[in-house]
Design a protein around this ligand. Sequence first.
Ligand code: RIB
Ligand code: CA
Length: 344
Amino acid sequence: MDVDTGVDDSLALLYLLASPEAEIVGIASTAGNVPAPQVAANNLAWLDVCRAPEIEVTLGAIEPLAIPLRTTEDTHGPQGVGYAELPVSDRVLSSRSAAHMWVDLVRAHPGEIVGLCTGPLTNLALAVRLEPALPTLLRRLVIMGGAFNHPGNTTPTNEWNVHVDPEAAKEVFDAFSAAPPDRRPIVCALDITETIEMRPKHLSLLAERAGSLPVEAVSEADPPEARSVASNPIVRHVTDAVRFYFDFHRLYDLGYLAHMHDPFAAAVALDPALAVTRPATVDVELAGTLTRATTVADWAGMWGRESNADIVIGTDQELFFDRLISRIGDFARALYPHEAGAPE
Ligand code: RIB
Ligand code: CA
């Protein structure tokens, strides 16, 4: 996983921790929603909350490849996990960098690693610079990023992860131009992720599944200082994290909801059959005054270049939410079987 934890990155992490068929072999902390050290601290803290085994967490580059870092605490909260206040972990960060972890892992396990990127592509680009054969050494790559036939969420045409580091995104998509068709990145862009809308009912369903009490009904009437009193710590922290994201989406007239960009990409990484895809040649605008960091898809071969991406154009949203809620709910119940009932 290469994440900029963030509220939805947190749900992607929980989804994979809760999925028996997933083995997380490393977590790269990429600067994006919040600075890289805060991303790393969030990753370590969630591993504690989830009583996870030792999983390597690496620190990524402090800045994007070519431009100063821009973060978005207004979207994900001051620490990147919304209103949640995660206990500080005493787990230790890996001594190697995120880029070196990428390279070491794919060299040690050629053809076996599924890469999932839910943040800017800074560290993956640095890894490809270290190991140009990386695209052929991965089993699969899933990227949450970009916007194609769909408005941007950061400028009129660009999406946050690509906006933070457009040079990195271009280097990654260019690197996969030479990859064989079965190694093309599966790209979950805003076109599809903005159809995945979490609502308050989903948090209530999660609490019920986890056997957590009380089952709360978060609402836009809740004041910012409200905090969940769910008996199950995972439900409590997820509720506090996501409620901030609900508030942010409502503030921008998107509704009292939250787009599940990253957990959707995680679900696709585990089960590509969840996604209907269409091949295209993707490139990234770097020079446009209005359009810099815009991802462009050539669906029809007009550029005369090989396809370098399989773009997700359809999914079953209900099936995704069924999996998200059942997996994280069952995981939370199993981890905290005695935390049913309101806390003291
Ligand atoms: O544009 C949405 C993406 O940007 C998500 O990955 C979110 O976490 C932020 O990183
Ligand atoms: Ca993210």
